[in-house]
Design a protein around this ligand. Structure first.
Ligand code: AMP
Length: 308
């Protein structure tokens, strides 16, 4: 097993879904990613919070061994995000994004993190994603997420970043917006031509598609009976995927396919509570059990030959 370095937001989220509402819940791309990745791998976080942040809420991650040496606490307001989901939980509307201390953040990667093999550039300003990559020695695998906020606000820097990463992990709306292509296969090819060999397109409850070189692999979403809040599912997906890759310490085509299924499993757990509470209580066995159900859900026998 080798370590993962993640940079991203550590936030306070206010979320409303048809099933409830929370204010200032623990959130952020790096938080959800770490909550999922740390089930399998040593995770080191780079980020910033304001002096208003309730640090004790991160204790469950510390107990899982997540390293916070790269998280600065500075004077000012923490990153706050609020959003609302209508009945179709695949569609979310951002109500507000307050960058707070992220606006002036200049990430410093602690010297002991520089040798990390696995890097996840969580959803933050692409300028900061570049700055983190500049400080990592020779990573084995770099995956990166983004969202409409940055595709619209920092496009040039984001397209340049594609040339420095191995995998882009985005949802269907984001890959369409970034590429300007509606067809997902064409959109994925557009991304691949600019750098990453692998593109993962998340499709919410409908699963995720891995475009890897010329091959395409599909993992379904886990059919949950009850969904409370899909916030963070994308980051938990990425955490499950990169966490699994770090656990097996390989990113060949077979492992990547398995990793997408682990991602889909972790993404589903994230939806089972508001905030990362459900992820907080998970262990490896819970995840393996769910992955076994995925295998069963997608298994089918070849048709018997005629006359057999
Ligand atoms: P996801 O549902 O996986 O796409 O991620 C949701 C998380 O992303 C929330 O917990 C937010 O705090 C965080 N988030 C929302 N907007 C931004 C943004 N512009 N930059 C960084 N993080 C964000």
């Amino acid at each position: 097993m080798s370590a993962i370095l993640v940079v991203g937001s550590v936030a306070l989220d206010s979320v409303e879904t048809p099933f409830g509402k929370v204010d200032d819940a623990l959130g952020g791309s790096a938080t959800y990613f770490s909550a999922a990745a740390s089930v399998f791998a040593e995770t080191k976080l780079v980020g910033v919070v304001g002096d208003d942040f309730p640090l004790e809420r991160l204790d469950f991650l510390k107990r899982r061994g997540v390293d916070f040496a790269g998280v600065e606490v500075v004077q000012g307001n923490s990153f706050r995000w609020s959003g609302v989901y209508e009945y179709d939980l695949n569609t979310r509307r951002t109500l507000s994004t307050e960058l707070g201390v992220f606006a002036d953040f200049s990430p410093t990667v602690p010297a002991e993190y520089g040798a990390a093999d696995w890097v996840f550039l969580g959803n933050i300003d692409p300028v900061l994603q570049h700055a983190v990559l500049d400080q990592v020695e020779s990573p084995k695998f770099v995956a990166c997420d983004t969202m409409d906020f940055w595709i619209e606000g920092a496009r040039e820097s984001l397209v340049k970043l594609l040339g420095r990463i191995d995998m882009l992990v985005v949802n269907d709306a984001e890959v369409r917006e970034l590429s300007g292509e509606y067809n997902l296969l064409v959109a994925a090819r557009w991304i691949q031509e600019r750098g990453p060999r692998h593109v993962v397109v998340k499709k919410g409850e409908h699963g995720a598609v891995l475009f890897s070189g010329d091959s395409v692999f599909f993992a379904p979403g886990y059919p949950l009976e009850e969904i409370f809040d899909p916030t963070g599912a994308g980051d938990a997906f990425a955490g499950g995927m990169v966490g699994y890759l770090a656990y097996v310490n390989h990113a060949n085509d077979e492992e990547l396919r398995r990793a997408v299924v682990f991602g889909s499993a972790l993404g589903s757990f994230a939806c089972e509570s508001f905030g990362p509470d459900r992820l907080a209580e998970l262990d490896e066995d819970d995840v393996f059990e769910r992955v076994a159900i995925f295998r069963e859900m997608t298994r089918f026998e070849e048709m018997a030959p005629e006359g057999a």
